[in-house]
Design a binder for this molecule. Structure first.
Ligand code: HEC
Length: 217
């Protein structure tokens, strides 16, 4: 984008021979701008990534929750499973594309095997679990991935209320027979049952390219 702009400025300079001064000024401005960017500290970048991660995870959660609630209301819990099955990952993929990031939910007690943590996610998830077990408050985290080009934003996902137990609680007690049958059919190796309100369910994992963060500063 920036390169295109500079090219555009040069091209107009060549066509209108008298506008050399104008070209210089424009180019200088560009250079100044990128120097400004270089002056940005790592702390600024991490803070911005944290802010942006909060915004994106909030938007992702809202997107899933709104659709989940309306589907439960319209069609009932067992039909809403089909919604989660078909829509959760593509929904997050679409949001990821909109933001230019990669949004995931990862868990050790995964329902969808695609939600298993990767190497770096594994370390962070273990830290969240350790904190949870030891009554240490879990905070959001931003971590630079090896290579230095991508920042990983993570945030604990807890079970906030009984609604989740319809599909993540105890079979027979919270999960009806009908729902259980549907879950077993779609997720034969499901590990995401047996939860209680307040349990750590997993974490948001959002990989944010550093250059996208710098652009926002
Ligand atoms: C209608 C049933 C249903 C309800 C209610 C429900 N979930 Fe789920 N949940 C699912 C299904 C199905 C999946 C697997 C989605 C997929 O295949 O991508 C899932 C996946 C997840 C995942 C991703 C990790 C994994 O296990 O694969 C998280 C985190 C999660 N749910 C949290 C919650 C929370 C928190 C609530 C309450 C706000 C909730 N769920 C309510 C059915 C439900």
């Amino acid at each position: 984008m920036k390169r295109l702009l500079i090219l555009g400025v040069f091209a107009s300079g060549i066509m209108a021979c008298n506008s050399e001064k104008h070209v210089d000024k424009e180019v200088l401005e560009e250079v100044n701008q990128s120097m400004e960017i270089k002056k940005v500290s790592e702390v600024d970048i991490l803070n911005k990534a944290m802010e942006w991660g909060d915004e994106i995870s909030g938007a992702a959660q809202e997107e899933l929750m709104t659709k989940l609630l309306s589907t439960i209301e319209e069609k009932g819990v067992s039909e809403a499973i089909a919604f989660c099955n078909v829509e959760a990952l593509p929904g997050l993929k679409k949001l990821s594309d909109d933001y230019g990031v990669k949004i995931r939910r990862v868990s050790h007690d995964y329902r969808n095997p695609e939600d298993q943590p990767g190497e770096m996610e594994e370390m962070l998830l273990q830290a969240y679990e350790y904190n949870e077990e030891n009554d240490i408050a879990n905070t959001t985290n931003v971590q630079e991935l090896p290579g230095g080009e991508v920042l990983l934003y993570t945030k604990a996902i807890k079970i906030p209320g009984k609604l989740c137990l319809n599909c993540h609680g105890a079979p027979g007690k919270d999960i009806t027979e009908e729902t259980l049958a549907k879950l077993n059919e779609l997720y034969p190796e499901d590990k995401a049952k047996g939860h209680e309100v307040g349990d750590l369910r997993g974490m948001w994992s959002i990989a944010i390219p550093k250059k996208e963060v710098v652009k926002k500063l």
